[in-house]
Design a protein around this ligand. Structure first.
Ligand SMILES: Cc1cc2nc3c(=O)[nH]c(=O)nc-3n(C[C@H](O)[C@H](O)[C@H](O)COP(=O)(O)OP(=O)(O)OC[C@H]3O[C@@H](n4cnc5c(N)ncnc54)[C@H](O)[C@@H]3O)c2cc1C
Length: 375
């Protein structure tokens, strides 16, 4: 799929930053479970923290295809950074799409510059695939809402200064889910447990605990009861972002495998001369390119104003599973060395497993695809 000159230019800039600035931090950040804040500031300097912010609030407001390309390239550098960026972009998207003038002016210009970082708090301990089962409640009291509950798996949980929160205005009414903006320093809002994860270890994933957190009613983003449809609408774009990250990670694993296969010799020849290894590389290349095309097709349809529920789910499902397969084969091509932290493929393999899980598991994407097919 052809990119415009502008899209190609953005791709080149972000690829260079990914290779020179993001990738070199990956090993240490993974080992220490720390996020590379200097990389975040570098992305902000490139305006990448403003992708989904309208121009009048200081943003780039890029089309979905450009958003996809940026996500792919950042993930080529390090998935944890791409995850943080895409969640920040979900938060700015919610404010840009559903906020009123005052709300946009209050939060977007600073978020466009990278600080405060945004979080998107939908999931709960008992409500993952089915967010309608959430129990966090925001009860109206005069000019305020009082929030009680617990959110789980929140990316940027520590780092964020602004949380886009989904809560029920009536705990017993599943149709009452509503969207709010909550400053992270609000009284009663505590960051809970930081998850110790298989991969994506540089990304901070935490619980957020709300105990009688009072926010002014003007922090409500949507009308009461409109929160879930808003979340699903925003997540269509989010899923194209995760599909793009999957392509970036898979490309990175493939490139590592190609380089290793050309370098490593067994039976007096490079691995790359052995037919079995060549077939693996052929399969990996085909998977990466198929995933990229499906992802960019979904992005292009979104840019043309189509309903992309099914296209986004197909891209997310296919690309995330492809990323796991490609990372797995990249480890296999590295043999025993691929099973050690001396080679990047070990981290890519661990990181890849999150892709078919977050922002809707593969099983949920198939549910969405099947529903659309049958309609
Ligand atoms: C590292 C990480 C970062 C995350 N970041 C965020 C974030 O920033 N914000 C946020 O809100 N959430 C975030 N999440 C949450 C993530 O989106 C959920 O984990 C995901 O939606 C799955 O929910 P669950 O973990 O509760 O699994 P469950 O819903 O309990 O699912 C368990 C299994 O059952 C399957 N299953 C469930 N229902 C069905 C069904 N109807 N049909 C078929 N299969 C089904 C699932 O596919 C899965 O295999 C993050 C998660 C992780 C691990």
């Amino acid at each position: 799929m052809n990119l415009s000159d502008e899209q190609q230019a953005i791709r080149d800039v972000v690829r260079e930053f990914a290779v020179e600035e993001i990738r070199p931090t990956a090993e240490e950040c993974d080992a220490d479970q720390t996020f590379p804040e200097e990389v975040w500031d570098g992305l902000a300097d490139l305006d990448m923290t403003s992708l989904t912010v309208p121009e009048e609030y200081g943003g780039l407001d890029v089309d979905r295809l450009t958003y996809s390309i940026v996500n792919e390239e950042v993930a080529y550098g390090q998935l944890a950074v791409a995850t943080a960026l895409s969640v920040h972009s979900l938060a700015t998207s919610c404010i840009a799409e559903f906020g009123d003038e005052d709300q946009k002016e209050r939060w977007l210009p600073d978020m466009a510059e990278g600080r405060p970082v945004g979080a998107f708090a939908l999931s709960e301990p008992q409500a993952g695939s089915n967010p309608a089962e959430m129990t966090t409640e925001a009860k109206r009291e005069g000019d305020e809402y009082v929030i009680n509950g617990k959110k789980q798996w929140i990316t940027n949980g520590h780092r964020a200064g602004v949380v886009v929160l989904f809560a029920k205005t009536d705990r017993d009414d599943p149709r009452s889910v509503t969207q709010f903006v909550v400053p992270k320093d609000a009284d009663g809002l505590e960051v809970g447990k930081k998850e110790d994860k298989l991969g994506l270890r540089a990304s901070d994933t935490t619980t957020l605990v709300f105990e009688d957190v009072r926010i002014p009613a003007e922090n409500r983003l949507t009308e009461e009861g409109r929160g879930l449809s808003a979340a699903f609408h925003i997540l269509n774009g989010g899923r194209i972002g995760i599909a793009s990250q999957s392509v970036g990670l898979a490309q990175s694993a493939l490139d590592e495998a190609v380089a290793y296969a050309q370098d490593r010799e067994q039976f007096d020849q490079p691995l790359s001369e052995i037919q079995t290894i060549r077939h693996k590389l052929a399969d990996m290349q085909t998977q990466v390119q198929a995933a990229r095309l499906l992802t960019r097709d979904a992005a292009r349809r979104d840019d043309e104003g189509e309903n992309v529920e099914m296209a986004a789910s197909m891209a997310k499902y296919f690309a995330s599973e492809a990323a796991v397969d490609v990372a797995n084969e990249a480890v296999q091509i590295h043999g025993g060395y691929g099973y050690t932290t001396d080679f990047d493929v070990e981290r890519l393999y661990r990181d890849s497993k999150i892709l078919p899980i977050y922002e809707g598991t593969s099983e949920i994407q198939k549910k969405v695809i099947a529903r659309n097919v049958l309609e």
